[in-house]
Design a protein around this ligand. Structure first.
Ligand code: AVI
Length: 321
């Protein structure tokens, strides 16, 4: 860390659900399932970064363009001396656009469960923005927790980009936003990126790209079972399945078994019928109005919304009622 950078690290020692418990429980259900949070081991995170650069995966570049295009307006809403609190901060990349535009942020608070990744990303950001105090918090942001005392008297603004909110089912998304609201406190505000509803063709390709990167990302869950849980799955006997259901307003992602087969995981035997599906992820898409209604259920009032010219993606600004 270079001299002058202001940096704090608060470890709230989050307990993590083990991959083993999740897979053994999930494979005992009908349909079988693996929660999408397990995509992100080292290989899965590298594949997700590759997805974000794919021509078919318009989400990342479109959201960045919206943030860049509207950074002055966004910074005006956030005001001087605000504290920016980002849940699931990962590599802390998109927040750099805000920190450049803001009239001196009082603090940047990245919150993530992945301790070492958080420490590295937060250290790097503190070095690049030496005038912004960076207070990293290692916590499970899907559960209630308390922020440490933060510097400054400006408002606390949540930042939740990437349309990660779409990976929650709607009731869980409301509960997640309500927890965010409690942590931001009275007067809190929120800047959140949300993918918009659109034609099925665009969404089908975004989640089943020609180069097969999303397929590799999804099937990495099975590779992970083999690596970490002493599994004997033959990956070639499974395939990636992703499609947009307009009726449900979501992309549904599964792994399909290509044969009747028996596999072993951590000493337990599981049967698959040919064409049986393992559910791995939903990615919900919302119209601007639908998302405003959902956020209202968590106590957020809409202030402004920015979209790209093709209306692929939206960035919303909310204030707590
Ligand atoms: C992290 N999340 C917003 C991604 C999405 O678009 O739902 C995860 C993803 N799954 C497949 N491709 C990308």
């Amino acid at each position: 860390m270079r001299n002058g950078a202001l940096f704090g690290f608060h470890d709230l020692a989050p307990g993590e659900e083990s991959f083993r418990d999740a897979v053994l429980a999930g494979f005992g259900r009908v349909p079988k399932r693996i929660p999408c949070k397990f995509f992100y081991d080292a290989r899965g995170s590298a594949l997700f970064e590759e997805i974000c650069r794919l021509p078919e995966y318009y989400l990342t570049r479109t959201e960045i363009a919206i943030l860049e295009e509207n950074s002055t307006d966004i910074a005006a809403q956030m005001g001087p001396q605000c504290r920016v609190i980002e849940f699931g901060s990962g590599a802390s990349q998109k927040v750099r656009i805000l920190l450049h535009a803001l009239d001196q942020a009082a603090a940047y608070v990245p919150v993530d469960i992945s301790r070492e990744h958080l420490r590295d990303a937060a250290t790097c950001l503190a070095e690049d923005f030496p005038s912004v105090p960076v207070i990293a918090v290692c916590a499970d942001y899907t559960r209630p927790f308390r922020l440490p005392p933060l510097p400054g008297k400006g408002k606390s603004v949540g930042f939740f980009p990437g349309s990660t909110i779409g990976n929650f089912e709607p009731d869980a998304a409301v509960a997640f936003l309500a927890n965010y609201a409690r942590i931001l406190g009275p007067g809190g505000e929120m800047l959140i990126g949300v993918d918009l509803k659109k034609e099925a063709d665009i969404l089908d390709l975004a989640y089943d790209d020609r180069a097969g990167v999303t397929a590799a990302f999804n099937l990495n869950l099975l590779e992970r079972i083999n690596r970490e849980l002493d599994g004997d799955l033959d990956i070639d006997r499974f395939e990636h399945v992703a499609f947009y259901s307009a009726a449900k307003g979501r992309v549904e992602i599964y792994i399909r078994s290509l044969a009747d087969q028996t596999v072993h995981i951590a000493g337990t035997r599981f049967q698959f019928a040919k064409d049986e599906l393992i559910h791995t992820e939903y990615s919900y898409k919302y119209s601007v109005e639908e998302f405003r209604d959902l956020a209202a259920r968590a106590g957020f009032r809409p202030v402004d919304t920015w979209t790209d010219p093709a209306e692929l993606f939206s960035v919303h600004y909310f204030r707590l009622r």
